[in-house]
Ligand binder design. Structure first.
Ligand code: FPP
Length: 236
């Protein structure tokens, strides 16, 4: 795509499904269904912009606090999505990855995730990362535990730890940090999303509710990103 900046990894907080449903006088679950359609649309265009990795915040460690009905509906939507999109992902060489505590998800969901992940990892060019049962603090705690265990077993010395080594203990060490994080529906919060990985990312918050998010808006966000002066704490 001409004149657009190169962005390898985009992370998205897909917020506003509930507000979309309310606006249309529908149950919350209908908002999530429409949100899942928007995910499908996104996968049809996002990789055409040179993007190689997309991370979507689909279910946080805090989302368990929602009603049982809503949690069940989200898990059912996810299962349906995996079933429906597996072939499309294979055809388009999209690998599925999960970031989060996958073992804490319902058994059937975890097992279909594992199945799609294994199938799509064989040959791929693009990566879709679903953040599921994910919390940024939980990820850092899990990494710290793994590191501590290796210290205790004598495999590594605590003094050898630095930032790049710490990344190796996170859920997806081989995935580059997102250059751009988009949050829909206007909230100016990080909501425990990718706390480590977003340290130097550019943020873009739009008032658009996730179900209404479009390719046109995505393109505008990329144009805006291209005008930013990224200094990573330094000065030219
Ligand atoms: C936030 O909207 C959205 C979520 C908690 C779930 C995101 C899930 C989807 C987009 C659908 C399923 C995903 C896949 C990958 C199939 P909210 O409910 O917090 O909205 P509100 O703040 O307006 O109430």
């Amino acid at each position: 795509m001409n004149d657009l900046p190169e962005v390898k990894h985009v992370a998205i907080i897909m917020d506003g499904n509930g507000r979309w449903a309310k606006k249309h006088d529908l149950p919350r679950v209908e908002g999530h269904k429409k949100g899942a359609d928007t995910v499908e649309d996104l996968l049809n265009y996002v990789y055409n912009y040179g993007v190689k990795y997309v991370t979507l915040y689909a279910f946080s460690t805090e989302n368990w606090k929602r009603s049982e009905e809503e949690v069940n509906a989200l898990m059912a939507l996810l299962s349906f999505f995996l079933q429906e999109k597996k072939q499309k992902m294979l055809d388009n060489r999209i690998r599925l990855c999960v970031t989060g505590r996958i073992d804490g998800l319902p058994k059937e969901v975890a097992s279909s995730l594992r199945n799609v992940m294994a199938e799509t990892a064989k040959d791929y060019e693009y990566t879709l990362i679903l953040a599921l049962n994910y919390g940024g603090r939980a990820e850092i705690v899990d990494a710290a535990k793994k590191f501590a265990k290796e210290c205790i077993s004598g495999k590594i010395s605590p003094d050898s730890l630095d930032e790049s080594m710490f990344k190796e203990y996170l859920y997806l060490p081989d995935v580059p940090d997102p250059e751009l994080m988009i949050r829909t529906s206007g909230e100016l919060r990080l909501s425990n999303f990718l706390l480590w990985e977003l340290s130097y990312s550019e943020f873009y918050v739009t008032d658009t509710l996730w179900p209404d998010f479009s390719e046109e808006e995505f393109r505008k966000i990329l144009e805006n990103f291209g005008k930013r002066d990224r200094r990573f704490g330094g000065r030219k």
